[in-house]
Design a protein around this ligand. Structure first.
Ligand code: ADP
Length: 225
């Protein structure tokens, strides 16, 4: 279970204070797939960053499985993030000198862990990348590169997947296909998926749509709403 309590994030500059998030209360069940929608500047990325412990809130809490993640020191938070959360961003951020397989297992190796080959190969197969494992990123289409980025995010067996416009660079057919695969893998491994999207069609694929305006949730924040 992923939960926020009265979450606030204010950004200060010399002249103004931006209230990027204002008292956000949100609960997401384990295994649930939610889409966050809202106009540019409404606070979507800020919320995703807080959920993933990438940045600390001004006030309020984020709980993952009843643990208050911001009670952790920075180092512990980094370890928590690495073990528990898979990030997928719009930019694929693949390492150009590593092949597909090496890119996918890189986070596992960076964490000093053994690669669970059976599991990783299952992810690769589910995402339709088996024939591409020796290819270099520049030999892949955009859709294939995004599938590699998804495989890399899933390879560490995260219980939560946070995705920021994961299909922003893809055409709509490829976006639907890639999202369909993310949904299937999420269901198979009981992962919680929180995804930001601008695309209404993509949002409709989620179990629940959360709408955010001016840093506040205006729809879909609580379960069963
Ligand atoms: P969205 O993802 O919905 O486009 P963001 O979460 O990126 O929205 O931004 C919400 C608000 O916070 C915007 O007004 C944005 O300008 C501001 N903001 C985001 N990040 C920062 C930052 N690092 N410093 C100052 N202001 C920021």
């Amino acid at each position: 279970m992923l939960k926020t309590l009265q979450l606030k994030k204010y950004y200060n500059s010399t002249t103004t204070e931006v209230h990027a998030l204002e008292n956000v209360n949100l609960s997401v069940n384990q295994g649930e797939f939610v889409a966050i929608v809202g106009t540019s500047g409404s606070g979507k990325s800020t919320l995703l960053h807080m959920l993933g412990g990438l940045d600390r809130p001004t006030d309020g809490k984020v709980f993952v499985d009843d643990k208050d993640i911001f009670s952790l020191k920075d180092e512990e938070l980094t370890i928590f993030r690495r073990r528990k959360i898979g990030f997928i961003f719009q930019a694929f951020n693949l390492v150009p000198v590593l092949n597909v397989f090496e890119n996918i297992v890189l986070p596992i190796q960076l964490d000093g862990n053994q690669v669970d080959e059976k599991y990783v190969n299952e992810i690769i197969s589910l995402l339709g990348l088996t024939e591409k494992i020796s290819s270099m990123p520049n030999q892949l289409s955009g859709g294939q590169q995004q599938r590699v980025a998804i495989a890399r995010a899933l390879a560490t067996k995260p219980s939560i997947v946070l995705a920021d416009e994961p299909t922003g660079n893809l055409d709509s057919k490829t976006s639907q296909d890639v999202l369909g695969l993310l949904k299937v893998t999420g269901q198979k491994f009981n992962q919680t998926i929180v995804m930001i999207t601008h695309n209404e069609g993509i949002a409709q694929m989620a179990d629940r749509i959360i709408r955010i305006e001016d840093g506040r949730i205006v729809k879909g924040g609580d379960l069963n709403v």
